[in-house]
Design a protein around this ligand. Structure first.
Ligand SMILES: *Cc1c(COP(=O)(O)O)cnc(C)c1O
Length: 339
C-alpha cells in the first residue's frame, strides 16, 4: 500500500481493509462477519433511521515503543454500550462479543496502527442500531452491530494547545431524566445547533449548562469538563452527562500524583475561581481551556494567560498518555495487548 504520512494524518476518516458486523435476529446475536465494504444495506423502515435507535462508542489502539498494540480500558466501552442499548431499548451487544470484535478488527487492520512517536492512533468506532422495519414507534426486533477503525492524527497538531469555549444558554443537549447519560446519536443531533454556532463564532465548542436550572456546568461539547483549584481536580456531577472513561481515569490518576479529586455540581460562577480548566475525552485526552465566554452574563473567564496549559493539567495529561502508550507501568490494570 502507499505509505500513510502518519505525522500529517487528519482527525478524520480514512479507509482501512476490514470492518466487522454482527446481526441480531430472531432474538439472538449471530456470528461476527468480516467485511471489506464501507457500505451497509439498510431497511428503509429501520428504527435506527426513523426513531434514533442508535448508540456508539469510541476508543483507540496505541502502538507502544515495544511494537505491541495496546487497548485502553475496552471493557468500559463494552459496558457503556450495553448501558446505552438499555437506555434506548435496544438489544445489548454482549461484552465478550464486543471484546472479540474489537480485538479482531484491530488485528485485521494492524498495518493501519500508527507507529509509536507519531502522536497518531488507530481510532475504533463500534456502533449499534435498530435495523428491523417498524412504522409505529417501538423498539426494533432486529439490530446491527458494526465496528470499524480509522487511523487518526494527533488531535492537536504541533502539541497540546489551549482552546476557547462558549457558554450556551439557548440550546440544551439533554434533559436531567433524558438520554444524556447514554452515548446515543440523538444527543449529538441535539447538540449540533450549539456546536455550529460556537464554531462560527470562533470557539472550539459550546459548554452546556444543566437544562433545568441553567446554574451548573454540564457537558463541554462532546467532552466532559474539569476545573482545577487548590491542587484539586473538580468535575461536574449531573444527571445528563455522558460518563467519560477519560474523566473517570483522570479522577483516579490524580490520586497517584498527589492531586485531590472531586465530582460534584459546579456552579457557573465557580469558573472565576479555577486556576485551570479543560475538557476531556478519548479524542484529545485533554483540551486545555484558555478562555470561557458567557455572552448572556457578559463574563469572560481566562486561564492559561501565558498561552500554555497549566501545570496540573499537564501533569494529569502526561501521566495518562504515558499509561496509554505503555511508557509507564500500568499500575491500574487498564491496558490490554492486542497481540
Ligand atoms: C464520548 C463522549 C465523551 C468522552 O468519553 P470518553 O469515554 O472519555 O471518550 C464525553 N461526552 C460525550 C457527550 C461523549 O459522547
Amino acid at each position: 500500500m502507499e505509505q500513510l504520512d502518519w505525522k500529517n494524518l487528519p482527525f478524520g476518516y480514512i479507509r482501512t481493509d476490514y470492518n466487522i458486523r454482527c446481526f441480531y435476529r430472531n432474538g439472538k446475536w449471530g456470528e461476527l462477519e468480516v467485511s471489506t465494504s464501507e457500505y451497509i444495506d439498510i431497511h428503509i423502515a429501520s428504527t435506527g433511521l426513523h426513531y434514533g435507535q442508535e448508540a456508539f462508542e469510541g476508543l483507540k489502539a496505541y502502538m507502544g515503543k515495544d511494537g505491541r498494540i495496546r487497548l485502553f480500558r475496552w471493557e468500559e466501552n463494552a459496558k457503556r454500550l450495553i448501558k446505552s442499548a438499555g437506555g434506548i431499548k435496544m438489544a445489548a451487544f454482549p461484552l465478550e462479543k464486543f471484546r472479540e470484535a474489537v480485538f479482531r478488527v484491530v488485528e485485521l487492520n494492524r498495518r493501519f496502527v500508527p507507529p509509536y512517536g507519531t502522536g497518531a492512533t488507530l481510532y475504533i468506532r463500534p456502533l449499534l442500531y435498530g435495523s428491523g422495519a417498524e412504522v409505529g414507534v417501538k423498539p426494533s426486533s432486529e439490530y446491527t452491530f458494526i465496528v470499524f477503525v480509522t487511523p487518526v492524527g494527533p488531535y492537536f497538531k504541533g502539541g497540546i494547545k489551549p482552546v476557547d469555549m462558549l457558554i450556551c444558554r439557548d440550546v440544551d443537549r439533554a434533559a436531567p431524566k433524558g438520554t444524556g447519560i447514554y452515548k446515543v446519536g440523538g444527543n449529538y443531533a441535539a447538540s449540533l445547533r450549539a456546536a455550529v454556532a460556537a464554531k462560527e463564532a470562533g470557539y472550539a465548542s459550546s459548554i452546556f449548562l444543566d437544562a433545568k436550572e441553567k446554574k451548573y456546568i454540564d457537558e463541554c461539547g462532546p467532552a466532559n469538563f474539569f476545573g482545577i483549584k487548590n491542587n484539586t481536580y473538580i468535575t461536574p456531577k449531573s444527571e445528563s452527562i455522558l460518563e467519560s472513561i477519560t474523566n473517570k481515569s483522570l479522577l483516579e490518576v490524580a490520586g497517584t500524583l498527589g492531586i485531590k479529586a472531586e465530582r460534584r455540581q459546579v456552579p457557573v460562577e465557580e469558573l472565576a475561581e479555577f486556576s485551570e480548566a479543560g475538557a476531556c475525552g478519548t479524542a484529545a485526552v485533554i483540551s486545555p481551556i484558555r478562555k470561557i465566554v458567557d455572552p448572556d452574563k457578559n463574563m469572560i473567564y481566562e486561564y492559561c494567560r501565558d498561552g500554555n496549559p497549566g501545570p496540573v493539567t499537564m501533569k494529569l495529561y502526561n501521566k495518562l498518555v504515558a499509561i496509554q502508550y505503555g511508557d509507564e507501568p500500568d499500575e491500574f490494570g487498564w491496558i490490554s495487548f492486542v497481540d
